[in-house]
Design a protein around this ligand. Structure first.
Ligand SMILES: NC(=O)c1ccc[n+]([C@@H]2O[C@H](COP(=O)([O-])OP(=O)(O)OC[C@H]3O[C@@H](n4cnc5c(N)ncnc54)[C@H](O)[C@@H]3O)[C@@H](O)[C@H]2O)c1
Length: 247
C-alpha cells in the first residue's frame, strides 16, 4: 500500500481536490491542502485530522509563481520531503469568442494553465534536489481534447495541461518522477454553479445520464499516485462516463 508520502493538493478546499485529499490521507499520506479559500482548506484538513490522518494547510494563489514556490517549500518544511503534487485548482469563465477580451482569456490561462507549469517546475525541482521519487498529477478536462462553445480560454488551457503532462513525463522519467493527467467529464462540484437546468443538460452528455461525483475522480487520482499505476506515464486518463466516446 502506498503510504507515508507527502503530497500537495491544490484546490483542496472543495470538489475533486477535497475528495482526493480525503482518499490519499486515508491511505496514510501526509497532505498539504493548498487553496486560496483558507476556510475551505482548513475544513478539509480538520476532517482529515479527525479521521487520524496528517494534513496541513497553505494559502496559495496558484497563478502566482512565487506563491507556488513557497507552497512547495512549506510542504518540505512541514513534513520533511515531497513525493507528489496534484495540480488541480482551476476556474471556468465562459464567454463567446467574440467577447473573449484579453483579461478573460488571461485569467483562465493564468489559473488553469500557468499554475500547472509552476507546480511541475517547482515541485519537480524540489523532488530532484531532495532525491525524492514521486508523481505529479494534473487536472485537465474533456475540454482539453474537444472544443466547446464559450470555452476558448478553457480549451486552450486544458489542452496545454494535457501536453504538459506528456512533455513533463518525458523529461522527468530519468529522475523517477511520473507525470500524468486526469480529464474529468462534468463533475458535481461548485465550479458548475447553481443553474439546475444547465446541470440537467450537462448530465445528459454522460452515458449514465448524470453528473459524475467528485469521489469517482478522486479514486482515479489516488490510483494514479500509487505504485499500481507505475506504467501510466505522460497520458491523461479520462474520467468522463463515456462523454468523449459517444454522440
Ligand atoms: N467540475 C467539473 O465539471 C470539472 C470538469 C473538468 C475539469 N474540472 C477541473 O477540476 C479541477 C477542480 O475543480 P472542481 O470541479 O473540484 O471545482 P471546485 O470549484 O469545487 O474546486 C476548485 C478549487 O480551486 C480553488 N482555486 C480556484 N482558483 C484558485 C487559485 N487561483 N489559487 C488557488 N486555488 C484556487 C477554489 O478555491 C476551489 O477550492 C479544476 O481544474 C477544473 O477545471 C472540473
Amino acid at each position: 500500500m502506498d503510504e507515508n508520502k507527502v503530497i500537495i493538493i491544490t484546490g483542496g478546499a472543495s470538489g475533486i481536490g477535497r475528495e482526493a485529499a480525503y482518499l490519499l490521507a486515508e491511505a496514510g499520506n501526509a497532505i498539504v491542502v493548498a487553496d486560496f479559500n483558507e476556510e475551505g482548506a482548513k475544513e478539509t484538513a480538520s476532517n482529515i485530522e479527525a479521521q487520524g490522518g496528517k494534513a496541513a494547510t497553505f494559502k496559495v494563489d496558484v497563478s502566482k509563481a512565487e506563491e507556488v514556490e513557497a507552497m512547495v517549500d512549506f510542504a518540505v518544511d512541514t513534513f520533511g520531503t515531497l513525493n507528489g503534487i496534484f495540480n488541480n485548482a482551476g476556474i471556468g469563465l465562459v464567454k463567446p469568442l467574440l467577447e473573449m477580451d484579453p483579461a478573460s482569456y488571461h485569467k483562465v490561462i493564468d489559473v488553469d494553465q500557468h499554475s500547472v507549469y509552476y507546480g511541475i517546475y517547482y515541485g519537480a525541482k524540489k523532488m530532484v534536489e531532495l532525491g525524492a521519487k514521486g508523481t505529479i498529477v494534473n487536472t485537465a478536462s474533456i475540454y482539453g481534447s474537444m472544443a466547446a462553445k464559450g470555452s476558448f480560454n478553457y480549451n486552450a488551457a486544458k489542452a496545454a495541461v494535457v501536453m504538459m503532462s506528456r512533455s513533463g513525463a518525458l523529461e522527468l522519467a530519468e529522475h523517477g518522477i511520473r507525470v500524468v493527467g486526469v480529464a474529468p467529464g462534468f463533475i458535481d462540484t461548485p465550479i458548475l454553479g447553481e443553474d439546475e437546468e444547465m446541470k440537467k443538460a450537462l448530465s445528459a452528455l454522460h452515458m449514465h445520464n448524470k453528473l459524475i461525483q467528485p469521489e469517482k475522480v478522486a479514486s482515479v487520482v489516488k490510483f494514479l499516485f500509487s505504485e499500481e499505476a507505475a506504467a501510466i506515464n505522460g497520458s491523461t486518463v479520462a474520467v468522463d462516463d463515456g462523454f468523449l466516446s459517444f454522440k
